[in-house]
Design a protein around this ligand. Structure first.
Ligand SMILES: *Cc1c(COP(=O)(O)O)cnc(C)c1O
Length: 411
């Protein structure tokens, strides 16, 4: 008899995007002529830049000839890409890492979900709330989160991030946590963390022997020069933090699949006997056993974004999305909506007017303006009373959505 992993049975079905689709479809059935615009999408819409396309075409051509063909690559990724990462993403910020502290992944989600398997099941995790659901769910899958009741997992520490506390998560005061997930710039709130605030978390981790898993998937959207792009800009972080990065939002790689994970050699976890074990070694062991590398073509595509043309081209697309975000903030605020984020991230976190629930406002916006948003309550208990709007649409559809919201307000 094959026994099932019962922890999977405790997972909540992630109905958020399915529920949204269902409600949008019901609306379309009743209003077949209405043209619905989505400000809910979490995917990019603009094409890959020319530098990436030509690097991929070249790589594909290499694959067509036995003398330049590439089979299995290194599990950790090709040196050409790992080297480009160090030289472009870290050295200019004064961060010096070794090449074997860089692991190329097939998108950050896999590594974020998998990294927890290096850690004993009865560590306590801490997350900011609202959050990207992968952090909790991947831990729940091995039973680390306890039981799910009233929208919360019993063993998870939630640190609320709301307008009331300026979206600054508070360090756990009265109890110890072992593993901390931070995501900055944040999905879904679009807010960022200052060096001063991030330093508090690093100091907590160093003092309390905790591990920080830092998701920097949106770092390319940071506009403010004082906001940290990497947790390693904070002294001591290389002793307590893992960093996940992705080309998905940086360069439109959601369909290409490539990113990387930094596992510094100084980061360790303890055995019950108190021996310190290097997580870099364990992660390498894990990857060599379970992962056969990201495709050669994807890694050449990623390398191309570090060329002078590549850098310029991806920046143009980021500017394109950020122009949407600026316009959204401008129009929505002028209409009296309370908006957060959107300045260093492609997300706007909007408080629902009049204390409405996230879902109630979602329906009103859909029926009144034919615009789709994402209910904030789908991202955790502190997301109730907010909705997430994304800047990933085209200029035209974003402008049209804003115009409709304006008209709806007048109606
Ligand atoms: C999109 C996103 C990622 C990146 O996922 P990929 O697997 O690299 O496409 C990581 N973290 C957050 C919070 C995201 O929104």
């Amino acid at each position: 008899m094959a026994l099932v992993n019962v922890h999977y049975l405790n997972l909540q079905d992630n109905y958020l995007f399915a529920d949204i689709a269902k409600k949008v479809n019901a609306f379309k059935v009743m209003h077949p002529k209405a043209d619905v615009i989505s400000l809910g999408i979490g995917d990019v819409t603009q094409p890959l830049c020319p530098a990436v396309i030509s690097a991929m075409q070249k790589a594909v051509t290499e694959m067509s000839d036995a003398s330049t063909f590439h089979g299995y690559g290194p599990e950790q990724g090709y040196e050409f890409l790992r080297d480009a990462i160090l030289k472009n993403d870290y050295v200019p910020r004064g961060i010096h890492l070794d090449i074997d502290e860089v692991f190329i992944n097939d998108g950050a989600k896999s590594d974020i979900g998998n990294f927890q398997e290096l850690l004993h099941w009865d560590n306590f995790i801490c997350v900011t709330d609202p959050i990207y659901p992968v952090y909790i769910d991947s831990n729940a899958m091995i039973g680390r989160c306890g039981a799910y009741k009233n929208g919360r997992w019993s063993y998870v520490t939630y640190t609320p991030c709301t307008a009331e506390n300026g979206f600054i998560p508070e360090i756990p005061k009265n109890h110890h946590v072992d593993i901390i997930y931070l995501c900055y710039p944040n999905n879904p709130t679009g807010t960022v963390i200052t060096k001063t605030e991030l330093r508090k978390w690093v100091n907590y981790a160093l003092k309390n022997d905790a591990l920080i898993l830092y998701d920097a998937a949106y770092q390319a959207y940071i506009q403010d020069p004082d906001i940290p792009h990497s947790i390693y800009e904070i002294r001591g972080a290389r002793k307590c933090a893992i960093e996940f990065r992705s080309y998905s939002k940086t360069a439109g790689f959601t369909g290409i699949r490539c990113g990387y994970t930094i596992v510094p050699k100084d980061v360790t976890a303890a055995t019950f006997e108190g021996e310190r074990i290097s997580l870099n070694k364990l992660w390498n062991r894990r990857q060599c056993t379970k992962f056969n590398g990201t495709s050669y073509v994807s890694q050449r595509a990623a390398e191309a974004i570090y060329s002078p043309e590549g850098k310029e081209q991806i920046q143009k697309t980021i500017d394109y999305y950020m122009a949407n975000a600026a316009k959204m903030l401008d129009v929505l605020r002028s209409l009296g909506y309370e908006c957060y984020g959107g300045e260093n991230a492609p997300y706007i976190w909007m408080r629902t007017p009049g204390g409405k629930s996230s879902w109630q406002f979602f329906e009103e916006l859909l029926y009144g303006a034919h615009v789709v948003c994402t209910p904030g309550s789908g991202f955790g208990p502190s997301g109730e009373g907010y909705v997430r709007l994304t800047a990933f649409g085209s200029h035209e559809s974003t402008a049209e959505a804003l115009e409709r919201i304006k008209q709806w307000g007048r109606g």
